[in-house]
Design a protein around this ligand. Sequence first.
Ligand code: 1CP
Length: 376
Amino acid sequence: MSQTNTAPLRQRALLTDEQLAHLPTHHPLKTAQTGESAMIRTLTGRSADHSPVWFMRQAGRSLPEYRQIREGIPMLDSCLNPELAAEITLQPVRRHGVDAAIFFSDIVIPMKLAGVGVDIVPGRGPVLDAPVRTLEDIKNLPELEDSALDPIRQAVALTVEQLGSTPLIGFAGAPFTVAAYMVEGGPSRDHLRPRTMMHANPEAWEALGQWAARTSAQFLAAQIEAGASAVQLFDSWAGSLGQADYRRFVQPHSAATLAAIEHYGVPRIHFGTGTAELLPAMLEAGADVIGVDYRLSLSEAQRRLGGGIVLQGNIDPALLASGWDALAAHTDSVLEEGRCAPAHVVNLGHGVPPTTDPTVLTRLVEYIHTQTRKAS
Ligand code: 1CP
């Protein structure tokens, strides 16, 4: 199959009054002017007085204040306690001065709230009571009731109240990444079972993809309506797929999730790892911004995307532990590479490793702000 460059699909004008009409009057894009923050200006392709930076997995593991507040409280209980989820979301914003908060939750929360037996096992990740492997299993999946998302709405509302003009990014797992956990029953390296299911039982895969697309869309809509100013769809494990399978079995479901929230007008970031071959297909799924992992340079990503696309990324998380000089030099090259995009949100190429020294992250935020600040 040829991998040709697609022409820029669109450079949507975002955040027009018409689009914002779908958001409630108390939404921070309207009241707290998050729409003029460096983060949202950049996500919508406008210039800002500095390049915004946030880190995937900034909330959690690497912060001592996180480990302290979570002590004795299971992960999913923390996510469903609105005060606690709001506090954990705010911790990295206070400490590092990042340009956006990422909502403290997990991609399995919609599953949990629908009534699927799932837990997050410390040191391992999401584990289901019973894997979902047959059409029968999938037909028996409970639907996510809208009212079950109330703790999420409350947590988001509490968070944005305290964030002021700093935007909150909502998120969900993309249908493939969520379905991969459901079919495997837990974390796996190469996601063999879901990749087999696509071909062995396409009807079951289709039904599961639709279920996951629906619940992730509901999760995103709840966060947007409660105050998230942008969203990110995490397809962390899409890199285990070839392009043909991605386009046939995965892209339609991710597209359904992204389309279900398009009318709100909030910027939608689409991120995956190991996705060098999939970037055009991920953009075609309906994203406004593409998150690039650390394996591919931003300029090569832009070339593959056809040009003109707002990019997010892609400092290699390994460099956070390599000493300041190496990290600063690597960051300079990422900032330079970011000039290939109409606008660039600085981030890591994947999540903050749990062992990261938090003072390095604070220094890195300061450094990126200084290096990119425009003279006024
Ligand atoms: O004990 C703990 O502290 C639990 C560790 C933890 C945390 C802090 C898990 C378990 N999830 C989270 C929070 C989380 N998960 C956030 C919000 C915080 C932030 O980003 O700062 C987000 C956005 C996620 C999303 C998530 N969960 C993804 C996609 C992002 C990514 O890193 O690729 C994935 C794949 C998950 C599943 C998951 N949940 C937890 C773990 C350890 C895992 C990965 C397991 C695996 O390797 O398969």
